[in-house]
Design a protein around this ligand. Sequence first.
Ligand code: F6R
Length: 240
Amino acid sequence: MKVVIGNNEKISALIAEEFIKQVNEKPNCVLGLATGTSPLKVYANLVQACKDGRVSFKDVKTFNLDEYIGLEGTHNQSYRYFMNDNLFNHIDINKENTHVLLGVGDYLAYANNYDNLIKQAGGIDLQILGIGSDGHIAFNEPGTPFDSLTHVAELAESTIVDNSRLFNDISEVPTKAVTMGLRSIMNAKKIVLIATGKNKARAIFNLLKGPKTEEVPCSILQDHPDCTIYVDEDAYSLAK
Ligand code: F6R
């Protein structure tokens, strides 16, 4: 794994350039996308690059990592809403080519077919990940099997607490999600992970220096042939 260190501004700009390069080299590529605070500046850079005519997403397909169970796509904390609001509504992508797991209705059938859909699209060329303070990637919490595909997951207590900052009250945070599995993520051809802030330092230490164990879901990335970890000084502080 390669490590790139810089402030959020810098690492977000570098990751955005990786995305722009990917799309310009293969205009019909498949992108794997994440939600949360971590990729926000990356998406802002992509919106600007598209407005500036440096990149076009018109033939790109996207697959998001996860979605809360129980939230409609129109709910302002759903991940479909997040993606429309922070990226898709501001670039020239065809919304029909954007895939986000369903949180309501027949979400199980859709989840069970998600890895097939990705495969049919040709597989993910470039995947962006954030990381949870407990080392989760997507909603694969500690103890998730390394060979997992897309599935229903229970959120860990620490994740519910972390994510409650975005809801009016912690009781509103869904306790379950549908998520790509660890094997689904590892199938991506190239992975970039972004982490900033002190509360990610333990997870980044475990990712870079710890043993590979299902108790630390992100540690599976140690086996990926093309994975780069983008961190700020705070997130890197324990792994130095
Ligand atoms: C979101 C996702 C999660 C987040 C992680 C970090 O799609 O898959 O694993 O990346 O919880 O969240 P933030 O970036 O809000 O700290």
